[in-house]
Design a protein around this ligand. Structure first.
Ligand SMILES: Cc1cc2nc3c(=O)[nH]c(=O)nc-3n(C[C@H](O)[C@H](O)[C@H](O)COP(=O)(O)OP(=O)(O)OC[C@H]3O[C@@H](n4cnc5c(N)ncnc54)[C@H](O)[C@@H]3O)c2cc1C
Length: 489
């Protein structure tokens, strides 16, 4: 196979780059080792905040791209129908020392070009957040901060890029890089060799390993684990803004954040670990999350019953401390988009533009396509959006919209079928596209129904339906095989 630009990694960085390049007349291919977009890294497991941009030190690439990326989310979300709301954030100080940190953060934000930052005290603070700890002394308010759905964003970017001609190869792992005369020639994968002029390394946690395949070993990626809990939607009205504590030297701290879907999320912790595949949650981690959350919103201490799920994500923490987005004299044609730690989600649209400029500077001719299609039609969620007229119209066209499969999130069979038509082949693929299984019962009711729909539509036995590809089987064998003791029959 042959392409001009090969992107390694289908997280938010890789898909944003694919979509940006799809505006130009150039042959682009993206390889992703997992079964679906956004399955393999932090893109599926983060706080989903579009940060205002006061955290990173002025002059760093992360600071520059965070502010630029934040400004792009409004247009991006409306073009691609990505859920996004600018709800604003507050960093909460509890004493004079912490208040002086708020002033430092404000100064840093202003140096980064963040507008409308304001320190709020007294009555105004508690009017904005009636359930905030009464011992809170002040808050740094950033109205430009927002929340989104990171996996839906990556899926939307990929769908639109595909619509504009980018090829996506899933379950395709880059295993080696062929270099000749100091130039990139090809990428070896588990499915064969792909010849290419340019390689974009957007492999997230594994970007140091892919970079080493090209002979560049100037940085290491350490996984920094962040654990979370998610609260039921009936707690959503407790908090109006993204609430942060004072940041620590290694993280922005444990937040309490309203999600774009109407839940509350608390987390993340921040602990460096060894294993890039260890996405487990721990008793200690969850207790730490709850302590942090209850310090900001004390009434949460009485609502452990409202926790519906927990999960963890691994930040790809680079040894350089900053995003590594650059090309090299040798091997010519290799571009690192590595160490995309937080705020990588926020920065993704700006990262993509920066990569296009690097490719141009490296001699790639990039001419705008006259027929670029900027818009993506979303999957309709008439019940979730409380739109009875739309629901009626859809049911008139297709009876499957009248069959509600996920009762917690009000997802119909019609939406699940649409998700499968758009590329979902697993339970998580359906979940990330429709939210089926993400509600109060966490799939307890709908999972067997979705398995049957997936098996029917994909033409496979129910036992072959997986949670997220590979060996993540949900059903091991039929009950009758268990009874007769021959599961292989
Ligand atoms: C706990 C936590 C909280 C965070 N909160 C926020 C936040 O609120 N706001 C924010 O802006 N950012 C946040 N981030 C950061 C953000 O999630 C990341 O910066 C971003 O998701 C990184 O995206 P990526 O595409 O670079 O990497 P990934 O999401 O890791 O994507 C890389 C992809 O490459 C694939 N891959 C790897 N190796 C290969 C190979 N050899 N061949 C083919 N494919 C390969 C992987 O399977 C994966 O799908 C947070 C991160 C964490 C962990």
């Amino acid at each position: 196979m042959k392409t001009t630009v090969l992107i390694i990694g289908g997280g938010i960085a890789g898909t944003a780059i694919a979509r940006e390049l799809s505006k130009y007349d150039v042959d682009v291919t993206l390889v992703e080792k997992e079964k679906d977009i956004a399955f393999g890294g932090p893109t599926k497991a983060n706080t989903a905040i579009i940060h205002a941009g006061y955290d990173d030190k002025p002059g760093t690439t992360a600071a520059k791209l965070c502010r630029r990326g934040n400004a792009k989310w409004g247009r991006l979300s409306s073009e691609l129908s990505i859920p996004f709301r600018r709800i604003g954030s507050l960093v909460i100080a509890f004493n004079d020392d912490e208040i002086s940190v708020l002033y430092e953060l404000m100064k840093r934000g202003e140096a980064n070009g963040v507008q409308d930052l304001r320190i709020i005290m007294g009555r105004e603070l508690f009017e904005m957040e009636p359930n905030l700890n009464r011992k809170a002394a002040a808050g740094l308010y950033a109205p430009s901060a927002g929340v989104t759905s990171p996996y839906e964003a990556a899926i939307a970017l990929a769908e639109n890029a595909r619509m504009n001609g980018v090829s996506f190869l899933l379950e395709t792992e880059a295993t080696g890089i062929i270099i000749k005369n100091g130039k990139v020639k090809a990428v070896q994968t588990n499915r064969g060799t792909i010849h290419t002029r340019y390689i974009i390394n957007a492999a997230g946690l594994f970007a140091d390993e892919v970079s080493a395949m090209a002979g560049i070993e100037e940085f290491k990626i350490t996984p920094r684990k962040g654990e979370y809990v998610i609260y039921d939607k009936n707690l959503r009205s407790l908090v109006n803004h993204i609430l942060f504590p004072i940041p620590s030297p290694i993280s922005k701290g444990i937040t309490v954040t309203p999600t774009v879907d109407g839940n509350l999320i608390a987390g993340p912790t921040a602990h460096d670990i060894e294993d890039k595949r260890d996405a487990s949650t721990t008793f200690e981690g969850i207790e730490e999350v709850l302590r942090g959350a209850c310090k900001l919103v004390p009434c949460l201490s009485a609502r452990r019953d409202a926790i519906i799920s927990s999960f963890s994500g691994l930040r790809p923490q680079p040894s350089t401390g900053d995003f590594i987005i650059k090309s090299y004299e040798e091997p010519y044609g290799f571009i690192n988009v590595s160490g995309i730690k937080s705020p990588g989600l926020t920065s993704a649209p700006a990262i993509a533009e920066m990569v296009v400029e690097i490719l141009r500077a490296e001699g790639l001719r990039l001419e705008m396509k006259s027929d670029f299609k900027p818009y993506r039609r979303p999957i309709e969620h008439p019940f979730r959006d409380f739109n009875p007229a739309k629901a009626e119209a859809l049911i008139d066209q297709d009876r499957s919209y009248g069959h509600v499969v996920c009762r917690c999130e009000h997802v119909s069979e019609g939406e699940i079928l649409e998700a499968i038509r758009r590329g979902a082949t697993t339970l998580d693929g359906v979940k990330y596209r429709t939210r089926a299984g993400m509600g109060r019962c966490q799939g307890g009711f709908c999972t067997p129904h979705i398995i049957k729909i997936l098996a029917r539509e994909l033409g496979i036995p129910v036992e072959d339906v997986t949670k997220k590809g590979g060996d993540s089987k949900v059903l091991l064998y039929r009950a009758k095989h268990l009874l007769i003791g021959d599961e292989k029959e």
